[in-house]
Design a binder for this molecule. Structure first.
Ligand SMILES: [Fe+2]
Length: 266
């Protein structure tokens, strides 16, 4: 097991019924394939991050019961699971199903965590705001907490994760407090990357500040034909991170794509 390697998953969309299909995909089958791939790796990642939209519907307890069953092989293999909320999740039901581990807490009604690893600190944010439905919002209290937490953990590269993407004027359901979020992270040079899901569209780009923007692929279904469904194997390094795309369809032309990223300088 390698504490510098994490598996990054998003948009699982698991329903209570394992046979549930959407957009031509049985989501439980996709997750089962991902779990099989993960447990077959020669060196296991220490953690599996699930960056929101765990549920198909609105975060019903039955969805999470099925999700827990499907993920059990990862737990049995000793990997730590980090669950995050998306707009299809219910915070209370997610917490009831999977609990809160040491180092994680429910602050200001949100589910956030700072997870320290040898080469980077991970800040797991909670962008679910049921009042605004599909778009997301961190909110004043979480942003204040984040600023303080970043200042308290300034010595190592910081990797931030939330379900929703930044508002770049293109995506229709973004993080509504993108401007305020950027004000916190751009000036704090330890912030090296922002990872998110929500768009069901794998892509890696870079903000003008040098912060890497990593849009995870969906484990479940894609929104446009030909896009990859799958997950990302992330290996932290002293000065960056190496991403490898793992497609559910091993014949997908992008399966195995490696994206090496170097951190912006202080
Ligand atoms: Fe989603």
């Amino acid at each position: 097991m390698d504490s510098n390697t994490w598996a990054l998953l998003a948009d699982l969309h698991i329903a209570a019924k394992r046979t549930k299909a959407a957009r031509g995909v049985v989501m439980a089958d996709n997750l089962t394939a991902v779990v099989r791939d993960l447990t077959a790796l020669p060196t296991l990642p220490s953690a599996v991050l699930i960056a929101g939209d765990c549920s198909f519907g609105e975060g019903e307890a039955d969805d999470y019961a099925t999700l827990g069953d499907l993920l059990q092989p990862l737990r049995s293999a000793g990997m730590t699971l980090h669950f995050m909320t998306g707009n299809h999740d219910n915070r209370d039901n997610l917490r009831a199903a999977f609990g809160i581990r040491a180092g994680e807490g429910t602050k200001f009604g949100r589910h956030v965590a700072v997870v320290q690893t040898p080469l980077a600190n991970w800040f797991l944010l909670d962008s679910l705001d049921p009042k605004i439905a599909v778009a997301g919002r961190l909110g004043d209290a979480q942003r204040a907490w984040l600023a303080a937490a970043l200042d308290a953990h300034a010595q190592k590269p910081a990797i931030l994760v939330a379900h929703h993407y930044l508002d770049d004027g293109v995506g229709k359901q973004p993080l509504q407090d993108t401007k305020e979020f950027l004000e916190i992270i751009v000036s704090r040079k330890q912030v090296k990357a922002f990872i998110y899901g929500h768009s069901h569209d794998w892509k890696v780009s870079r903000h003008a500040s040098g912060i890497h923007l990593i849009n995870l692929p969906p484990v479940g279904y894609v929104f446009s034909a030909g896009k990859p469904a799958g997950w990302v194997l992330a290996t932290m390094q002293a000065d960056g991170i190496r991403l490898q795309l793992k497609c559910v369809d091993r014949n997908h032309p992008m399966h195995g794509q490696v994206v090496p990223l170097e951190w912006r300088r202080e």
